[in-house]
Design a protein around this ligand. Structure first.
Ligand SMILES: [Zn+2]
Length: 262
């Protein structure tokens, strides 16, 4: 069963040795992660499916990382000491493979290293229980509809196994919210973030699927497709999104939201 679902950002500055004094500016996000961590531990999943924009992305296919063991490190960001290890849930991966076969383009990859889109949320969410198995997935550049369908396949795999599963959709919203933003400022960027949050609260999946491509391109986001996969998994379930935090201290929109099941 699906016991926990959340949308989370992945700024490397959330890692204490990297963020240092900048962590104070991410206060709301850190508090929200603390709440999520508690909720996740209460939900006690056996397996965490983590959808990331920053692993090995294939333009045409969704990718599933089937390496047996994974390592999360942050050397790219100047942290040479933090290290986390995880084990794969190969049973889940096989099930997901069979649910997508002939329906959706899926490529299996094998990479010991987790990207920061997966590692940063896992850093916060597995501090008290690192033994949970994980399934690292990367989205594709297939259509929005295919992302919804891939989410539906994840749900089918979840419900055909006798397991408690969590889905973490990792992604940042617009990267153009202020003058010092990494992708430069765009006046429309705020509109993108506002719309995503409104649609999530209203459970308007079609609204998110059909957002104008100009607005999406302009936002320079990395979270939309992760969110679409998550929505595909839960859209027929009885849930409400609770926005735990939203802030953009560095010009990038960081949203933490949890789908609460009823
Ligand atoms: Zn990103």
């Amino acid at each position: 069963m699906l016991v926990f679902c959340a949308i989370v950002p992945h700024p490397p500055l959330l890692i204490p040795s990297i963020g240092k004094e900048n962590m104070a500016k991410l206060d709301k996000t850190i508090n929200a992660f603390n709440i999520l961590e508690e909720d996740l531990n209460q939900a006690a999943p056996d397996t965490i499916i983590v959808i990331s924009p920053h692993g090995e992305i294939s333009f045409d296919s969704f990718t599933i990382n089937t390496h047996q063991n994974y390592i999360a490190r942050f050397e790219k960001f100047g942290d040479f000491s933090t290290e986390m290890k995880f084990k794969a849930d190969l049973q889940f991966i096989n099930e997901l493979k069979s649910k997508t076969e002939t329906k959706l383009p899926v490529q299996l990859i094998s990479d010991e290293n987790l990207d920061h889109g997966a590692s940063i949320p896992l850093y916060y969410l597995t501090r008290k229980n690192a033994s949970r198995r994980i399934v690292p997935i990367n989205y594709s550049y297939q259509s929005n509809q295919k992302h919804i369908e891939f989410g539906e396949a994840i749900k089918e795999a979840v419900f055909s196994l006798d397991k408690r599963c969590a889905i973490i959709a990792s992604g940042d919203l617009s990267h153009r919210l202020s003058m010092n933003a990494p992708a430069g400022f765009s006046p429309k960027a705020k509109e993108f973030d506002k719309k995503i949050i409104q649609f999530l609260k209203k459970k308007n999946v079609d609204g998110i699927m059909n957002m104008e491509s100009d607005l999406v391109d302009d936002a320079a986001e990395c979270g939309l497709r992760s969110i679409l996969i998550l929505l595909g998994a839960i859209k027929k379930m009885n849930y409400e999104f609770e926005v735990l935090s939203y802030e953009s201290p560095f010009g990038v929109g960081y949203l933490v939201a949890e789908a609460k099941f009823k």
